[in-house]
Structures are given as structure tokens and as C-alpha cells.
Design a protein around this ligand. Sequence first.
Ligand SMILES: *[C@@H]1O[C@H](CO)[C@@H](O)[C@H](O)[C@H]1NC(C)=O
Ligand SMILES: *[C@@H]1O[C@H](CO)[C@@H](O)[C@H](O)[C@H]1NC(C)=O
Ligand SMILES: *[C@@H]1O[C@H](CO)[C@@H](O)[C@H](O)[C@H]1NC(C)=O
Ligand SMILES: *[C@@H]1O[C@H](CO)[C@@H](O)[C@H](O)[C@H]1NC(C)=O
Ligand SMILES: CC(=O)N[C@H]1CO[C@H](CO)[C@@H](O)[C@@H]1O
Length: 815
Amino acid sequence: MISFTSIALICALRLAGFAGAAPAAIAQVPAPAVVPQVPAPAANPVGTGVIDAAAESGYWLANIKRQGTVAYGDSGFKVFRNVKDYGAKGDGATDDTAAINRAISDGNRCGKGCDSSTVTPALVYFPPGTYVVSKPIIQYYYTQLVGDATSLPVIKASAAFAGMAVIDADPYNDDGSNWFTNQNNFFRQIRNFVIDLTGMPPTAGAGIHWQVAQATSLQNIRFEMIQGGADNRQQGIFMDNGSGGFMGDLTFNGGNYGAFLGSQQFTTRNVTFNNCNTAIFMNWNWGWTLKGVTVNNCKVGLDMANGSPSQTGAGINQTVGSVLLMDSKFTGVQVGVNTSYSADSVPISGGSLYLDNVDFGGASVAVQRNTGEQILAGGAVVQSWAQGSIYKSGATNSGRQDNGVTLEPPNKPAGLLASDGSVFARSKPQYEGVPASAFVSVKSQGAKGDGVTDDTAAIQAAMNAITDGQILYFDHGAYIITDTVKVPNNIKITGEILPLILASGAKFADENNLVPVFQVGEAGQTGAVEMSDLIFGTAGNAPGATLMQWNLNGKAGDNGLWDVHFRVGGYAGTKLQSDTCSKSPQSDRSTPNPACIGAGLLFHATQSASAILENTWFWVADHELDLGDHNQIDIFNGRGVLLESQNPMWLYGTSSEHNVLYNYQLNKAKCVFMGLIQTETPYYQSNPTALVPFKAQTAINDPMFSDCTDNSCKKSWGLRIVDSEDVLVYGAGLYSFFENYAQTCVSGQDCQTNMVAIEGTSSNVHLFTLSTKASVNMVTNYVGGGGPGNNKAVNSVQDIDNRSNFCATLALWTL
Ligand SMILES: *[C@@H]1O[C@H](CO)[C@@H](O)[C@H](O)[C@H]1NC(C)=O
Ligand SMILES: *[C@@H]1O[C@H](CO)[C@@H](O)[C@H](O)[C@H]1NC(C)=O
Ligand SMILES: *[C@@H]1O[C@H](CO)[C@@H](O)[C@H](O)[C@H]1NC(C)=O
Ligand SMILES: *[C@@H]1O[C@H](CO)[C@@H](O)[C@H](O)[C@H]1NC(C)=O
Ligand SMILES: CC(=O)N[C@H]1CO[C@H](CO)[C@@H](O)[C@@H]1O
């Protein structure tokens, strides 16, 4: 254990520049779905001939006692399913398609005709074996497909396989529409599999059709495809569109494209491509952060040269907004990156690219233009290089970087780095070596999880009783918490497909006295706390609740949240639903309905904190997920993510949406890495403005909007950085899509005035591949304005100067 002070010292040190064919999708404004809920298809009968499937696997997930239930739905609904219990054989010969699809669809689940539901979640487990399929495995809404992590099951496409992909997360109907609205396709995982296309002809085959949005992940999957060949059309991942999202720990062997990618924004980490024609084809995006990409023996590493010739010039009309590629390595590669950015590309900032610590030692050419012209030579490590718009200090624009520019590398605090100089990361723990007997169920310890009973004391007692080597398991359910749960400083917690931990009651009622729901460690304490697969929310209004307060510090990787989400309102059990909180754009909302107030603050890293947050979605619901109307709703939640930490914080693939005052705020924080972050402003603002209904609290340095002269300026900050140092933002997509629910401001690029604030004494702040939508000012710089926060801006960077394909994009803004 490294002490608090020694970590602070390490953080203060700096290592400067460590050497260490599908149609182009048109990005659309996410219009929340208003799809009538059609009853799901009738339940399929459970396969007969049930065998003792669990005994075939040593992995704990197959063997623990199952007690998960749905609190606000059918109490008999089956949450956990083993595909062998539905007749799948996994013998490498039997066609298991129908059995696997029965395991997924059994019960009244959310499939075709159902846009969303939170009350029919299914964790579908695959024991080791080879499962032959001839048609797609259809992943219903809110499904986790999980293989044995100790012996990966293989899903093998038969030679005659017919369909879009071996696993399909959003099937197409005959009329071209999808089962689910792509940008609302939440709560899905696929992990621990081998997907094998080698039995198919080279001219066909895709592993996963991944058309998804937030709170989704792919992890620990190996794609086996045919290697080489001019007629090779195989691809491991096919992503046509969506929002989101995170994926990591993936290996692609062979294929024409390892991964065909297209989505609004995404974070991809720790992916290896061997012997593909092209490792990654970037079809379209607004922004994408790629970290830890290893490419071996592929012709092309990253092909982002997409779009069609523009009508106005020789350049390309870009479908790609931007890509950030970091901590990556190319070996045996002809062209590292294929780009179509040029002096006459359309729009001006489309196709922006930033490279950071990328080893092109094994690439003949590092960056090549679509015309074949070499832009950057291979054979070396590139520390910091960009094509795009570069603001070197404040608003001083160093201009458009047509042929790319080598930049002075950012100062990266050593505390954020691994020993090889890359930014530290750790993947979600899956407890491969831990026996089932080490898992302690909170239900076995007396918690009810029935969505009614106060489980505070039972959960506190269960945490206190955990001994070394044990893991606390939250069976699926809804656990009502009425007072602070003190999470001890050494504990591992995981959940069964996102159980709900809901704050409720008088303790969390006073907006001027924020009380933590889960308090992780005490101020100044060190330890090791990890949590995965949980959801935090509220049952009713809880304006005095901080859903999680993180105090704990520790060695890099010892503390963190993986696939832990914060979800306030819009679903069964929250009481903040469309029957009470439906949108009312016409009415005067200067005094919002108190019954539609959410929490005060979602996540607070206090001064001593240090943690990894990976794939964490901080969502205040903008629409209803369960009640039939799926209507847009007005929920007032004070604040999103507040970092005041002095020790390293790593945020990978996080997003924070629809919070009243800000989505992310760094207040006197130090040593922060964020990549990629995504935000959305509440759709109802500025009726009322961000000043309503929460009273600003000076103790946590709430924004006051005191320099604003109109309401468009009084809207939620996407990212506010106050008196903070060593802040590395590697990818951001910060969006404003509405003014009081109207969308005319989207094409006007003026839904709000400001999005990013840099204030006070902040220093060593770097924003790479920053995209903002419909905010007049992309970055508003108050540093040097005299006095703390909320003074007149010294300068600002404008959207209108830096238009990208949908957003406005900067390759770099640095202070
Ligand atoms: C999604 O992508 C597909 C394939 O690129 C395209 O045909 C479709 O129009 C896109 N849909 C939306 C909503 O962008
Ligand atoms: C990368 O993925 C591999 C394979 O899944 C895993 O063993 C390794 O720990 C991961 N590394 C990092 C830095 O996440
Ligand atoms: C760029 O593409 C968009 C979308 O297809 C189109 O509307 C626009 O006219 C094109 N602009 C130019 C200059 O080619
Ligand atoms: C780069 O992209 C262009 C445009 O799509 C394509 O014509 C060219 O062949 C690509 N270059 C390589 C090396 O694949
Ligand atoms: C990439 C790009 O075109 N950037 C532009 C951003 O706006 C400034 C100021 O107008 C221009 O000088 C840049 O060329």
C-alpha cells in the first residue's frame, strides 16, 4: 500500500513526453424514442432433458446459489439462465441456435416490438464447449451473454450460417427498421467468448452486430476469422450506428476488417489485431478514443479515410468526426493510419486525428492520405501529433494543420502512468480463480432486495462481516437504502446483472446537506475497494443524496468501478416516471414539481480519493424506460460527477447526462485522466435555467453563472475545471440538443452559450479531440481573469470556426 503522501508526490512528478464497405451512416440527432410497447412474443417452453450443466464448469458464476429476482415486475421471472438448461449441447456438432435463443427469450422479455424495459433482465451463461449456430443469436434488451471466464466457450458459425452476425444486438426488420432504437439500446454485455467464423466461406460472416448505446460492453472476446485473401469479407465486429459506449480486451485474428466501427462516441481499450487486412475501419463517428491498440501483420492499422468527394472542392466530405489513438503499437503493418483530412476537406474540422505515444516502429508509413501521399513516416514512436484545429494556449489558434503537426508532448503526471509509460488501466475483474464458496450473497445475509424493505442495516452488516478472500454478491433485486452505508476500505463487490441500490427517505431529503448513500472509506484512508455490475439510483426524490462518495486512496488499480452505473428516474421503482414527471415544455417551470427532483450529486471523489471508473454511465433519465408511453420526462438532478481528488483518477468510457448544474466538475483536483467523456445538457433547460431548483453550495464550489446576461448562458456545464492541475482529457463529446425541448437550435449550433469552463488557477490542462454540439463557445477560458471562478471570460473558442461533421471539433486545446 502506498501512502496518501507518497502518491501525492508521485503525482507531482512529471514525465514529459514519455517515449516509451458498408454505407456511410449519417449521424442523426438522438430523438428519444416514443415507440408504443407491444407485448413481447409468448414465452418459449424451457427445453426438456435438463442436465446438470453447472457441474461442467468450475467458474463461480455457474455454481453460486441463484436468488436474483425482479423487484418491480414478475417476482417469478427467471434472471439467470444456463444455455444447457435450455437444451444447448455445446458438443461442436449439434445446431444449438434454437436452444440458445430459447434461453435468451424465455419469459416475457423485451424483444421485437419492445423498445425498452428494466424489469426483464437476463444473465445468460454459457459453460465451456463449442456451440454451433446456423442463424444469429438474438440478444434481447437488457441481456448479458457471459461465457465461462476460465475456459472460453466457442460459438462457431456453421458453413451455411445465414444472417447478419453470429450475435445480433439489434436485428433489422424487413422494412429496414431496427428492433431497438440504436441510440437508446442500453444495458447489454457480451463477455468471455471465442467467436469462430472460419467454417464459413471467406466472402461472408460477421461476429457481433453491435448497434448499441450507453451501459454496454464487450469484454474478453476472441474473434477467429479466415486470414488474408482478396475475397475476404469477414469482420469481427460490425457497428453501423449507435451511441455509447465501451469495449475492451478483444483479440481479432484474420478477417477483412477486424472491427468495422461507427457510433456517435466510444472508448475502445486493449484490443489486438493479428493478420487482418485492415484492423479497424472507422465508418463514421463524432469522436472515438482508441487506447492500447496492438496491430500485428495487417496491411492497414486504422482506416478513417471515409466519406465521398465534396461538391465544393477536391477534398473529402468527412463522415468521421475525430479519432484519438494513444498507447498503441504497429508491427508488420504497411500503413498505420489512412486519413482523408486535407486543406479542402468538408467540413473544415471533420476527420481530425490526434496521436499520442504510438509506436509506428513496425509500420512502413505512419499516416497516409487517401490519395496515397505519405503524411508521416513510419519507423518511430510518435509522442504527440495532430491533424485538426490546434489552440495552443487559451484562444491563440495555431491554425489548421493540413499535413499534421508534431506537438510538444503533454506533461503527464507519473502517478497516472504504468511502468511502460502508457496511461495506467485495469480491466474489469471477473474473479476467474475464486471458488463459488467465496461469494457471500447479500440476500443470504438477510437483505431482501424486494424494492420495499429497508435493507440498509442488512447490507451494512454483510459488508462488515466480509473476510479476506470473500466477495460480496448483490443478487439481482432492488435494495432500499435509507442511511449512509459505510463501505469498508478493503472489499470486493459485484452484482447479478445490475441490481438496484436505491436511496430513499428523510436522511436524503435536505438539498443543503448532502449525505452519501455509499461512502467508500473515510477521508484520508487507503485501501482496495472494487465494484462491478451495479446500478445506483433513488426511489423517489432524494435531493440531499450523494449517491457515491469516494474517499479511498491506494495503489494504481486497487480501487475502482467497472460497469457500475448511476441511473436516476425513468424506470419502475423510482417513482420519478412519466406518470408523474412527463415533460411540460409549455408550462412555467420556475418551481419544478418536488416529486420530480432526483439526487443532489451522483459521484463525489473527495480530496484523498484515487480510483478507476471504467464504463460508468451517470444518467438522469430523459425518457421513460418502462411505462408504455416512453415519454420524455423532466427530472431535476443537481450535479453529475464532482472530482476534488489530489491523487490519480482514471475515467475510461464514462458519460454524464442531464444534470442541472454540471455533468463533470473538477474543483481543485489534480492528476486526472478522462477518455472519452460524453455529456448532454437537460432537454428542458433553459425553462428553467440551471439556477433552478438547486441552491448553489459554496463548499463544493457550485457554478453561479454570474457572468451570464441571458438564459442561454445559464445552462448545465458539460465540463467545468476550477483551480485544477494536471488534467488530461483524451476525447470528449459534450452535447446540447434542445432549448426547452425544441430542436431548432441544433442546426443553428446555438442551443447554449458555453460548454467547457477553465477557471481560477488551473494549469497543465489538455483537451484532445474535444467535440461540442450546438454550444456557441466550445471552451470558455476564465484563467487570468482575476479572482476565483465566475468572472468574465478572458477568451473563448468558437464552434463556428471549427465545424466538424456533426459537432465542432478541436484536435487540441491546451493551457
Ligand atoms: C445506421 O447505419 C446503417 C448502415 O450504415 C444505415 O443504413 C442506417 O440508415 C443508419 N441508421 C441511422 C438511424 O443512422
Ligand atoms: C488486456 O486484455 C487481456 C486479454 O483479455 C488481459 O489479459 C489484460 O489484462 C488486459 N490488459 C489491460 C492493460 O487491460
Ligand atoms: C457533404 O455531405 C452532406 C451529407 O451527405 C451533404 O448534405 C453536403 O451537401 C455535402 N457537402 C459538400 C460541400 O459536398
Ligand atoms: C485509404 O482510403 C482511400 C479512400 O477510401 C482508399 O482509396 C485507399 O485505398 C486507402 N488506402 C489504403 C492503404 O488502404
Ligand atoms: C481545422 C480548422 O479549420 N480550424 C479553424 C478553426 O478556426 C480558426 C479561427 O477561425 C481557423 O483559423 C482554423 O483554421
